[in-house]
Design a protein around this ligand. Structure first.
Ligand SMILES: Nc1ncnc2c1ncn2[C@@H]1O[C@H](COP(=O)(O)OP(=O)(O)OP(=O)(O)O)[C@@H](O)[C@H]1O
Ligand SMILES: [Mg+2]
Length: 352
């Protein structure tokens, strides 16, 4: 499965663009500020319902306009079209095959997209939120019903937190749901990380060659059940009005020689660790799904020295996936000669 066409209206400096992408490698070139990353953001919107650069999708709308629209046609069964629309002061809406989706997460089923971009090191540097999202994106693809479990847990947790603040007699009613769904969510993440290990070890050995480990922190002490952990932190929960144990505090823990990677690695090394996490997931999904996720590479050579770039290229070459790569120059093709090439100038796209 691949994205065959991309139509963009009013996304940042791209007022109107239509691209026929290759199922293999497409290259987008152009000067700084021409709109290369904006085009990748458009593809990301189709696959994830949001950009990788901002959580506030309104920022993507071209200044002076009130809405942006992105459309694409995939090569999947029945070649469904996907459309995403962002309107100022309104929730983002998406359609698949003309039908409105229940949730933006549905997009991911039709067009799974992975992104490696200059800000990718934040996956290591920032708080656990990003790594939970990274874990959950993969679990979502390999486990049927995960979205329902995740949404149910989030709802029950919110109710429990309200009970902690307002009426602790209600606590017992929500505990059962928090425990049932929280244990399930935690087990799903653990299982995904276990299956990921061989791909992670291969990727990190090739990219970094250091003893970096990937562990799992479930969000409550590992020798306790979630029920026991909730009992243990009950006083603290009541005092603070929030739940201190559960998968909402889980993390994928990356360590170098036993110490947290974010405190001990350079920015460039953090980027390599993040790349290893992302490519390992692509390899896992390649094994488990009919299609490997589309991979967006925004200026992939930035900040990587020659040997690291070579390792990166060889890992990407092991993926049977659609690639869309940006580059300042058309002469820089580290991932091999592209099957299709586009040039962007001030938001206008031409085929070259
Ligand atoms: N909401 C917006 N409306 C209009 N233009 C915008 C908006 N947001 C950003 N821009 C402009 O869009 C342009 C394209 O940015 P983009 O990041 O896509 O360029 P790029 O080709 O990836 O550049 P670089 O090579 O520096 O990474 C920038 O000049 C930016 O000022
Ligand atoms: Mg860019």
């Amino acid at each position: 499965m691949s994205l065959e066409t991309l139509n963009v209206e009013n996304l940042r400096c791209v007022r109107q663009a239509s691209l026929e992408l290759s199922p293999g490698r497409s290259l987008i070139t152009g000067a700084n500020g021409s709109g290369k990353t904006s085009l990748l953001e458009a593809i990301c919107l189709l696959g994830r319902g949001r950009s990788f650069r901002t959580r506030n999708s309104e920022r993507l709308i071209t200044h002076g306009e009130s809405r942006l629209v992105v459309h694409g046609r995939t090569s999947g069964l029945n070649r469904p079209t996907i459309g995403v629309q962002v309107v100022r002061d309104q929730a983002t809406v998406a359609r698949i095959g003309g039908e409105f989706t229940r949730s933006l997460a549905d997009l991911s089923q039709v067009l799974p997209v992975q992104v490696i971009e200059p800000g990718v090191h934040k996956l290591i540097e920032d708080g656990a939120f990003r790594r939970r999202r990274w874990m959950d994106w993969a679990v979502f693809h390999v486990e049927q019903g995960f979205v329902e479990t995740w949404a149910g847990y989030t709802r029950a947790l919110k109710q429990r937190n309200t009970a902690l603040k307002q009426d602790s007699r209600q606590l017992r009613a929500w505990d059962a749901e928090v425990i049932r769904l929280g244990e399930a969510l935690g087990a799903s993440r653990r299982s995904m990380l276990e299956r990921l290990q061989p791909f992670w070890r291969e990727a990190i050995a090739e990219l970094l060659g250091l003893d970096v480990t990937l562990g799992y922190s479930q969000g409550w002490p590992k020798d306790l059940s979630l029920a026991e952990a909730l009992v243990a932190c009950r006083e603290r929960d009541l005092a603070k009005g929030q739940t201190h144990a559960g998968p909402h505090r889980g993390d994928a823990v990356v360590r170098l020689d036993g110490k947290l990677a974010r405190d001990n690695l350079s920015r460039g090394q953090q980027k390599l660790v993040a790349v290893a996490l992302i490519l390992a997931q692509s390899r896992l999904l390649q094994d488990l799904l009919p299609d490997t996720p589309l991979l967006l590479l925004d200026d992939p050579a930035a900040e990587l020295d020659g040997s690291k770039l070579a390792a990166f290229i060889s890992l990407v070459a092991k993926l049977r996936c659609q690639l869309v790569v940006t580059s300042l120059s058309r002469d820089q093709n580290p991932f091999g000669p592209p099957d299709r090439m586009f040039h962007v100038e001030q938001g206008r796209v031409a085929v070259i």
